[in-house]
Design a protein around this ligand. Structure first.
Ligand SMILES: Nc1nc2c(ncn2[C@@H]2O[C@H](COP(=O)(O)OP(=O)(O)OP(=O)(O)O)[C@@H](O)[C@H]2O)c(=O)[nH]1
Ligand SMILES: [Mg+2]
Length: 234
């Protein structure tokens, strides 16, 4: 049981906002949004912060999502806007590439209802066999680096699928771009929020990646070091 667990909280799928950055994801977006709709009975709010030049935003609107247009400026700029735009008390993030298991949203919600502030989908513990080898090694290394700097072992710092209590998003100032996913885990953990990881499956991506593994990897490593040192100095 998490330390801060408050009795009587019972959020349902209608209390969830599912948010994502979308950048030329027309191959995947219909599948992702249909999965969200099916799993939440059409009751979740869906927010897409979109920088696409393809049909992604039209498809999103046709599926009932709220689309916020934004010039493409990178993953974290989009996802920060997305999490801050959510209107519901539980905020679930995902990528819009059909890699993350939307059918696990109810499990994430259960952990929030148990009292956790952040529930993080851990792709690594189940092997992430569909992840390209270089990405898998990189993600393992990022998790090890963050664990050493935080003094707490985490398995996956760079996952895109998490659930957050909305007040956690609002309590903290977010500064990172490519490294935002790591920041969204590290700052709450180091401030004593109740955080848990749940192992998830991870699928092959539909459509083209938006991440350059070398420049992106260097940016993530820099974010992890910066954020951990800032949190230690607080
Ligand atoms: N609006 C917006 N969305 C973005 C931008 N960059 C990435 N995204 C979205 O953010 C999510 C994560 O990007 P991905 O390309 O999946 O990055 P990744 O998961 O590290 O790489 P893969 O392993 O290839 O999936 C996707 O839904 C992208 O469409 C951007 O500059 N603007
Ligand atoms: Mg992805």
């Amino acid at each position: 049981m998490p330390r801060g667990a408050s009795a009587g909280e019972d959020y349902s799928v209608g209390d969830v906002s599912v948010v994502m950055g979308t950048y030329n994801e027309e191959e995947a977006i219909a599948t992702v949004l249909e999965d969200v709709d099916r799993v939440t009975d059409g009751q979740a709010e869906v927010v897409c912060v979109d920088g696409s030049s393809d049909r992604t935003p039209e498809i999103a609107r046709d599926h009932g999502a709220r689309v916020i247009e934004q010039e493409p400026q990178g993953y974290g700029v989009a996802v920060r806007e997305a999490v801050l735009s959510a209107d519901r008390p539980v905020v679930v993030t995902t990528d819009c590439d059909d890699t993350y298991p939307m059918e696990r949203i109810p499990d994430f919600l259960d952990r929030i209802n148990e009292g956790y502030d952040v529930v993080s989908g851990d792709r690594i513990s189940r092997g992430a066999k569909t992840m390209p080898w270089l990405n898998r090694q990189g993600n393992r290394t990022f998790a090890l680096l963050a664990s050493l700097l935080m003094g707490t072992r985490v398995a996956d710092t760079t996952t895109g699928m998490r659930a957050y209590r909305q007040h956690v998003i609002e309590d903290i100032t977010w500064t990172e771009n490519t490294g935002l996913s790591a920041e969204l885990l590290i700052r709450p953990l180091m401030r004593g929020y109740d955080v848990c990881e749940v192992p998830i499956e991870y699928d092959e991506r539909l459509g083209e990646t938006k991440l350059d593994p070398f420049a992106g990897g260097a940016a993530i490593a820099k974010s992890i070091v910066t954020v951990c040192l800032e949190e230690r100095a607080r």
